[in-house]
Design a protein around this ligand. Structure first.
Ligand SMILES: [Cu+2]
Length: 178
């Protein structure tokens, strides 16, 4: 015969015996100091200063068909680009990046992130729609000081020669560089 299990102690209705509820509260200044410390930690962490730039890949945008929106982005080192395939049939490939930065080629119809580790100019396109002017430009840091400025401008001009429609988008990107 199995002995009956011994009864476990009944849970106490008052686990913190008789301690007044107010006694467990922290003094107000402690809470404020903790909040301040947490705020300072957030303020000085690199993540607090970096931004995410969302670039949608669209069949139709405000600038016409087959377009990155926005096609021009001003960013800072440490920021992230997030390409979003809002319409299907697009992806993104870098055409020119600063020295030391990694070129990229995203899978078709997939969201894709690029962390901007180097200052300079990043020229990119959507390979299936290059001829339709689906090109974009990211400037990281000041454009005049971009270490690959001449190379990026040459890439943009060469790309314009391969575009059948909306070549004026390249002109707009070159204008934005000034
Ligand atoms: Cu495309």
């Amino acid at each position: 015969m199995t002995p009956a299990p011994s009864p476990s102690p009944a849970p106490s209705a008052h686990p913190r015996h008789g301690r007044p509820a107010t006694g467990r509260r922290r003094p107000r200044w402690t809470t404020q100091a903790a909040a301040l410390a947490a705020g300072l930690l957030t303020l000085f962490s690199p993540a607090a200063w970096s931004a995410e730039h969302v670039i949608r890949m669209l069949d139709v945008g405000t600038d016409g068909p087959m377009v990155f929106e926005p096609a021009w982005v001003q960013a800072e080192v440490g920021d992230t680009l997030r390409f979003v395939p809002t319409s299907s049939g697009h992806h993104v490939r870098s055409l020119a990046v600063p020295e030391g930065a990694s070129p990229w080629l995203s899978p078709l119809d997939q969201p894709f992130e690029v962390r901007l580790e180097r200052p300079g100019l990043y020229v990119y396109n959507c390979p299936p729609h290059l001829m339709m002017g689906m090109v974009g430009l990211v400037q990281v840091g000041p454009g005049a000081a971009a270490p690959n400025r001449e190379r990026a401008i040459a890439t943009l001009k060469a790309t314009k020669g391969r575009i059948y429609t909306h070549g004026e988008r390249i002109d707009a990107l070159l204008q934005a560089l000034k």
